[in-house]
Design a protein around this ligand. Structure first.
Ligand code: GDP
Length: 215
């Protein structure tokens, strides 16, 4: 049986809304190294977070349909800032710094944590965090740490499995089920997991639909 990449909680109208939102004007607007550089809180914000190399740039590029919207790079830990993308002046997508890269210094990690914690704790227009998890690795210690921070801040987050083309098709559903089981202890987590592949463009329409529900 082939895996269905459209979750059953999405309707045709949701998918159409997502498609429409991302067919419009999309542009990078700013990079904020600190809270005080954030734009005025005028639009709903959706953040993307995850370990370095999880496929965050690739997923952002796929969702926005812009090949170079977020720089895809094999140099983990490259960005230490919050990068804002304006989606048709209706919503901001916010790319947060990748975490958990072994070569990043303790100071860098704590700076990242401080920035993300402050952003999560005080950012009123932040509607949802998409927390990306590599399908081959599952939830790791530092993912759980971020989830705990989000739970404490009551910041709603949704787990996305990335690179599902790298695992066997018959492993996808069991992985989703076991990940969703782990979410039971995390009150701020959306209870369902979305499986994606930027490479094979799987789950992208679904993600667009989820994001467009915030406008
Ligand atoms: P980031 O550090 O989280 O922004 O990750 P990148 O988007 O730069 O991706 C890290 C590596 O994973 C790159 O070599 C990508 O080509 C690869 N990658 C990203 N998404 C996918 C995917 O959906 N499938 C496969 N097979 N590889 C991917």
């Amino acid at each position: 049986m082939t895996f269905n990449h459209i979750p059953s909680d999405l309707k045709a109208a949701d998918l159409a809304k997502g498609k429409k939102l991302f067919s419009k004007n999309i542009k990078f607007i700013l990079s904020a190294p600190k809270e005080e550089f954030l734009p005025p809180p005028t639009l709903p914000e959706i953040a993307f977070a995850g370990r370095s190399n999880v496929g965050k740039s690739s997923l952002l590029n796929a969702v926005t349909n812009h090949m170079k919207m977020a720089r895809t790079s094999n140099t983990p830990g490259r960005t230490q800032e919050l990068n804002y993308f304006d989606i048709n002046q209706q919503l901001y997508l916010v790319d947060t710094p990748g975490y958990g890269y072994a070569r990043a210094s303790k100071t860098k990690v704590s700076q990242w944590q401080q920035l993300i914690k402050d952003y999560l704790a005080y950012r009123v227009p932040l509607k949802r965090v998409y927390l990306l998890i590599d399908a081959r690795h599952g939830l790791k210690k530092n993912d759980i740490e971020i989830m705990d921070i989000l739970d404490k801040a009551a910041a709603s987050y949704h787990i996305i499995l990335t690179k599902i083309d790298k695992i066997k098709e018959n492993e996808i559903s069991p992985l989703i089920i076991s990940t969703e089981k782990q979410l039971k202890d995390h009150p701020a987590a959306y209870p369902f997991v979305l499986a994606t592949s930027a490479e094979k463009k799987l789950g992208i329409d679904a993600l667009r639909a989820f994001i467009s529900s915030f406008i």
